[in-house]
Design a binder for this molecule. Sequence first.
Ligand code: EPU
Length: 420
Amino acid sequence: MDYLRIQGPSRLSGTIDIEGAKNAALPALAASLLTEEPLDLLRLPNVRDIATMRKLLSHLGVDSDECEDGVRLMPAGVSQVDDAPYELVKTMRASVLVLGPLLARLGHARVSLPGGCAIGVRPIDQHLAGLEALGASVLLEHGYVTVTARKLQGARFRFSLPTVTGTENLLMAACLARGTTVLENCAREPEIRDLADLLSKMGARIRGAGGNRIEIEGVDRLGSARHTVLADRIETGTYLLAGALTQGDVTVQGVEPADLASLLEKLGECGCHVDASESEIRVAPGGVLRARDVVTAPHPGFPTDLQAQYVALMTQADGSSTICETVFENRFQHVPELRRMGADIEVDGSFARVHGRSALSAARVMATDLRASASLVLAALVAQGETTIERIYHLDRGYARMEKKLQTLGARVERVSASS
Ligand code: EPU
């Protein structure tokens, strides 16, 4: 297993490019199951979750090839296999995104139930209730969910809570349903808007994606399309937080600042100097870093996927802050590792109280999930000495070439391969 070696402290400075969003690319790949024609997806991030989804799609009959500036998916072979096996789903919950498209296209799908994960229980009851509302029958058996419907029927469905992949699954299924579907209390993450843009290019009729009510008029078939995946706002936020934490001067380019308004506002409150133009954001020191509370919430609230990195920032702020995690019930696993580096943090249920400013010191730490890993990387950048971060396969699920990008910004970081 590879690990990272980071020598701190350092002050980041420079400009980096941001990748396409992992969480937009995953549903975009799953959307290939809805058509028989080729789909060209550009700006897919080179991360492990994307490789896993391509492997799953290949199992389902979608071939994919690198094309000039992206990946061409050729779904002509989708017809026989309808199952997403445990071996793949257990490594990536987002595999559940094939459920809606497979059902809509083939009339049946069998997907391993994802079960619990490092950050919480994460059921898929809302995905299933929505598909049932469109006329599917659902059977849970032997750890798998099987959904069947001769032809999905448009319907009105209200999510009991906003779910990102749940909204995406229903959105994709409804595109090929007979009649009109109205989805209410939808998640409003920008990745859903991006998926709707792709589906519209394929010929779907969708109104309101990105808002909490989406209306979809079903069509008989979807065709080919070429689509560039939107910028990764979580990768963007991670590097901005790294810049703020190291009192550095970091510019990220190829981004959509409006999708990160809650973070930019918070960085401003903390005393950072933030400059956003059409497709660039720069963070620079604005004086003393102030402690500010955060409550995570569905978009447009503060993203849960940036909470761990924000906790790292607060260890270096002047004063104490309370971080409330409202989206997932077990998302403070970075805290024990941060404490081993000298952070002063108490956790009580869904609250973490961070007392700044702590002098962090390097340690050997272990990543537990994707964003927790990023938080440890950030902490290591300001810790005195050499930190090693193990189990970085978590990091590789969602960050492309992280050590290279950090090196570009002046960090002293290297990846050590298990074989070396
Ligand atoms: N929930 C239910 N029932 C459902 C679906 C969700 O109770 O049927 C609950 C979840 O347990 C959670 C809350 O609703 O408490 C929100 O979960 P959501 O379904 O929105 O999460 P998700 O779709 O599984 C996506 C991202 C996550 C991100 C969350 C929240 C993808 C592939 N994943 O997950 O990304 O944290 O939305 O924004 O889009 C990450 O990239 O590190 C990551 C975990």
